[in-house]
Design a binder for this molecule. Structure first.
Ligand SMILES: CC/C=C\C/C=C\CCCC/C=C/C(=O)SCCNC(=O)CCNC(=O)[C@H](O)C(C)(C)COP(=O)(O)OP(=O)(O)OC[C@H]1O[C@@H](n2cnc3c(N)ncnc32)[C@H](O)[C@@H]1OP(=O)(O)O
Length: 303
């Protein structure tokens, strides 16, 4: 049962509220500072592995969906379930997201979910994409993306939705919202999340050109906050989390809510319309043709 933790009053109508239970916001921070032995709780499905260290309150989530951690409907569903579990767990205050697949953080939305399917399927898929973003961008946990590989489009969105991004320095890795290169358009809430991170001018150029930025450039434009060698990634992520967790949960959470509220509110107010727009757009013959050509190009690249 959740303890009844008094919230600062009056509570701002932060968008975090529908997605995280206000009673839980005090979490570990409000408990007496007793030294607990390190304890790990693990849960897993065939796409995602989560390990929660209950003594520090930090969970690590590893994407493990070969070959490229693409965000299929199944993956998104498992991702949302895992996020919900952690959000509702009083022992969890922070989340590090990383990949168990070498060289790839996530290849973005699974293109096969947007190709040759029924309008009902497109609507269900898009609702799942929205749900994932609402949960992650609106999370009351400290969230850090430990980006250990390339992260195009939807993969970049996951990183952008976290509070902090650390990327492995490797000249082969790229990150960005490259939708325009596929002949599709990043929806307004992808764009807003990007703008909130890198600013309007950088976002405008990057989105119009569908740029995938090499790591050093991503760092220069503020798309990632830090760049580290592979072997330092987990240590750095843990240090960043510790710094953020040193603040009182309620102050950090209310500040986060204040910063993200407008964008989250905007999407919630237009959620159904956004689904209809997606279905209409993705069902067009010209868009289906672009996606088909893109998949062909990916396959040709291999041979
Ligand atoms: C008006 C507007 C209104 C509403 C909105 C409308 C529009 C819709 C917006 C939709 C937003 C979309 C977001 C997205 O995320 S789209 C996906 C973008 N992703 C990419 O462009 C990445 C493509 N992939 C790659 O670049 C490479 O695969 C990658 C990730 C760098 C890895 O390279 P490599 O290790 O060499 O591996 P392969 O290329 O050989 O890939 C292995 C295998 O995986 C398949 N694959 C790769 N990516 C995807 C994917 N995203 N979805 C599905 N499948 C993928 C690839 O084809 C290979 O398959 P194979 O069968 O050949 O083994």
């Amino acid at each position: 049962m959740c303890p009844s933790v008094p919230l600062p009053s009056p509570c701002p109508p932060g968008i975090l509220f529908p997605y995280s239970s206000p009673q839980l916001w005090g979490r570990a921070a409000l408990q007496p500072p007793v030294l607990l032995p390190t304890q790990r709780r693990t849960f897993s499905n065939n796409k995602i592995l989560v390990e929660l260290d209950t003594s520090s309150g930090v969970a690590t989530m590893k994407f493990k969906s070969p070959p490229v951690n693409s965000l299929s409907l199944d993956f998104l569903t498992e991702f949302c379930i895992s996020l919900e579990k952690l959000e509702n767990d009083r022992a969890c205050r922070a989340l590090i997201i990383t990949s168990a697949i070498p060289r790839i953080f996530s290849s973005g939305l699974d293109i096969m979910e947007m190709f040759g399917k029924s309008t009902e399927h497109y609507a269900e898929f898009w609702r799942a994409v929205q749900e994932m973003w609402l949960r992650l961008y609106g999370s009351s946990m400290v969230t850090v993306a430990a980006i250990n590989g390339s992260s195009p489009a939807g993969g970049c969105l996951i990183a952008l939705s976290c509070d902090y991004r650390i990327m492995v320095e490797n000249p082969k890795y790229v990150i960005g919202l490259n939708e325009a290169q596929l002949g599709i358009v990043a929806p307004f809430w992808f764009k807003d999340t990007f703008v909130n991170t890198v600013g309007h001018r950088v976002a405008e150029r990057s989105l119009q050109l569908g740029l995938l930025h090499p790591v050093t450039e991503a760092h220069q434009i503020g798309l990632v906050d830090e760049v580290v060698p592979e072997e330092k990634l987990q240590e750095k992520a843990a240090a960043v989390v510790a710094q953020w967790l040193a603040l009182p949960d309620h102050a950090r959470q209310l500040t986060k809510s204040m910063m993200r509220k407008a964008v989250l509110d905007h999407m919630l107010a237009h959620r159904e319309e956004d689904i209809q727009n997606f279905v209409k757009f993705i069902s067009k013959d010209s868009i289906q043709k672009s996606l088909s050509m893109y998949m062909e190009m990916l396959k040709k690249k291999k041979s």
